[in-house]
Write a protein that binds this ligand. Structure first.
Ligand code: SAH
Length: 355
């Protein structure tokens, strides 16, 4: 039977298949399933960019792979390198949509930040990613392509050590495609990135947090709290209206009970909005009974938005109040400020240009 030849961009990414699915594919092509380990090793471990480089596979199998699958169908439309060596890729997908992903370097850490959706439906008022709403979920393959492309920016001796799902989109709204991608990084013959080095950041969707807890994975949970009371939080994070902080904290507690992993609460500091001493005290009151860590994020300026970060002393005051209450906390270091590395900004520019 002659199948129509699809343009490469429309062929499925080979790493979108689970090892079992790939084994079935191998069998259907007369190859033994142990080829799966070889194929995955080439992709996840040896950073090949073409099926032809899979030297230990029979030529016919390589050709079959190349005929039926793609490897890197997205187009890199921008690759920025900042003064601190943070690198950011803007990828154009098959349907012309854009996503961003980032590689950050810090001493012996190599952390990547991934997107999970095209745009975001949550509408947080200080965030660039949600300004155009959400278009669609990313597929498992599109999430993994970000990882593999960032991995190929590293020299041979270096490896990705940490993964944060803090790019464009609400990851828990796309768990069904995200989890297989993360599992693939964990699996033997995958990238060997331990679950405890992977952090999923959420706006705080209680049902989804519980669902994640029930999957028995050891991924870290980060909750974007941003305000210590519902009145203020609903102004900053509109989806809070129908959820409420109590529900979110209860779900995060459940995640902690199930996984034993300390929850991180993210708090973006917006000058004159949520950075008063009373806010810090109220936040400490919420978290005091819990095993939690607070990550203060100074607002990353977005041209179109009116919010700015507080002065350094004001940020330090907020931090010291939390410390006085015994809450473990830190201020996030800014990375790649000179390349608009706060996720969503490049995509916004690209959409504006109609690139
Ligand atoms: N939807 C997920 C992932 C978002 S990005 C979530 O809400 O957690 C990761 C973090 O960056 C979130 O805490 C998000 O609120 C924060 N963030 C978004 N825009 C920002 C900005 N302009 N400056 C600083 N942090 C921002």
């Amino acid at each position: 039977m002659n199948l129509p030849v699809l343009p490469t961009a429309l062929l499925p990414r080979v790493y979108e298949l689970t090892p079992d699915e790939l084994a079935a594919w191998c069998r259907s092509h007369g190859a033994t399933p142990y080829r799966v380990d070889q194929i995955r090793k080439w992709i996840f471990g040896k950073r090949i960019t073409d099926f032809a480089e899979m030297h230990d596979l029979p030529a016919a199998l390589r050709q079959a792979l190349a005929a039926e699958f793609s490897l890197f169908p997205a187009e890199v439309v921008r690759h920025q390198v900042s003064a601190d060596r943070t690198e950011k890729l803007l990828l154009k997908l098959d349907d012309g949509e854009f996503v961003e992903c980032v590689l950050m370097r810090e001493e012996d850490r190599r952390t990547i930040c991934l997107s999970t959706q095209v745009g975001c439906a949550m509408g947080c008022v200080f965030c660039a990613s949600g300004m155009l709403g959400v278009k669609r979920n990313l597929t498992t393959g599109e999430i993994l392509e970000q990882v593999l492309r960032l991995d190929r920016l590293l020299p041979l001796a270096e490896r990705i050590t940490n993964v944060v799902i803090m790019g464009i989109g609400e990851p828990l709204a796309n768990l069904k495609n995200l989890l297989p991608a993360l599992d693939s990084l964990n699996l033997k013959g995958g990238m060997g990135i331990g679950a405890r080095r992977i952090t999923i950041s959420t706006v705080g969707l209680p049902d989804r947090i519980r669902e994640l807890a029930l999957t028995d994975r050891q991924y870290n949970l980060a909750v974007s709290l941003h305000a210590p009371n519902d009145e203020l939080r609903t102004k900053l994070v509109p989806v809070n209206k129908n959820i409420g902080i109590d529900e979110i904290l209860a779900a995060a507690d459940y995640h902690f009970q199930k996984t034993g992993r300390r929850v991180t609460y993210e708090y973006v500091l917006l000058s004159g909005v949520n950075d008063r001493p009373e806010h810090a005290q109220q936040l400490a009151g919420l978290l005091k009974p819990r095993i939690a860590h607070v990550n203060l994020i100074p607002m990353n300026g977005v041209t179109e938005l009116p919010f700015v970060e507080p002065t350094a002393p004001r940020t330090q005051d907020f931090l010291s109040i939390l410390k006085q209450f015994g809450i473990p906390c830190s201020v996030r270091k800014r990375k790649g400020a000179d390349i608009d590395a706060a996720c969503g900004q490049l995509r916004l520019q690209a959409e504006g240009r109609g690139a």
